[in-house]
Design a protein around this ligand. Sequence first.
Ligand code: ARG
Ligand code: ZN
Length: 471
Amino acid sequence: MRHRYLAPAALAVSLLLTVPASAAEPSPGTPGVGDPYYPDYGNGGYDVSHYDLRLKYQPKNDRLSGTATLLATATQDLSRFNLDFALDVREVRVNGRKAAFTASGSHELEITPARTLAEGERMTVVVRYSGIPSKVEVNGYTSWHRTPDGGVAANEPEAAWWWFPSNDHPTDKATYDVSVAVPDGTEAVSNGVLTSQRSQAGWTRFAWRSDQPQATYLATLAVGEFDITTDETADGLPVLNAYSENLGENENAARASIERTGEVTEWLQGYFGPYPFNAIGGYVPDTDTGYALETQTRPFYSPRKFAQGANVSVVVHEMAHQWYGNSVSVSQWKDIWLNEGFASYAEWLWSEKQGEGTAQELADWVYDSHPADDAFWTVKPGDPGAENQFHAAVYDRGALALQALRNKIGDKDFFAILEGWQQERSGGDAAVAEFTAYAEKVSGEPLAALFDTWLYQPVKPDASASGAAAN
Ligand code: ARG
Ligand code: ZN
């Protein structure tokens, strides 16, 4: 939520006017929050606090239908506003009354309430919809991955458009209740805690609750035939993992990795401070999509991540994101280094713990394996561009930047920063410049040149810039 600051001078002027300030013309909310990489992602004019999704999904024909109820607050006098959504909308109501709507552009749902809303007024938005999400393409793709037994919504930055209407930007986090009915014998997996599972007339309804703020791209839904395992950590966190029943030769390696999520989480707490959410786990659907994603409390893992045997490193990466990315989110998508650089660095720390190579050894290896004329060095981790948001440079050079920081300020300050930043910014969002300012404050050292070299120069830094003793 953004607060409007009214300067005393402006206040004095408005008192002199005969027309009260509240009579200013209500205006439409902007169709985007102004993210430089994705200007039309998210929307202006309101702030969502809660999503209640009551859905039904039929794996046979990939049909998703149901109702989304959004609890929100107008942040301006509001005549009209947008949601980001790509499925077919049947009806919209705002505060109980039917609202006019048009699906304009690729993923924009424009809503005109029967009555304008006043700044600060609460609004309840009900959207009834249905669709075949795997068939709905926006800019030539869909983030709904159809599987032989159902489907999965998991992608970054765009995932929500294909399963629920939202204010789709990490700066507007909210809590969620996700209730999905699927044919008996099928499971519906989402984030947070499974609060109920009931069968009625051939359909089983799974209800999931996320009661800590969650960004829209971190909300996930998977439907399919899953084996669900549950447990509890030493700290009392509920553990819930879900494995597709059709993982074949990848199943053992998937279990040998994801069943270690509790151990990994306990270890990460030693670096980042208390785990920020109230559930942990992971799920592996029967998809050939290759990546993993840090969907909140319960990361998504492609079976392909386990094709060469156990891969605890990917669990470390996705669980590190629960702090770096999920609890403290990007303010704009250009701040992606705050997610990927840190999750990658956590993998190096894990390697060091396993005796498989220290962070410095891995940093040297990454540095040496990219010659100066490698295009790798032209991508700036601190502002990679939308097309390179998930380029290897954001991950690997991003981790190199942290190793250079560690070498410059020493372990004590470095690890104090990793944890202190989390405690200070928990539950919110942040920009790269705020992190670098924080690192300077804690270490008491000027770090502008170091961060400029590693995050913002499109060339290979000089070996001496790493600050490593060996170099
Ligand atoms: N945050 C994810 C990870 O590094 C990135 C997934 C990117 N891939 C994609 N297709 N969007 O774990
Ligand atoms: Zn990542």
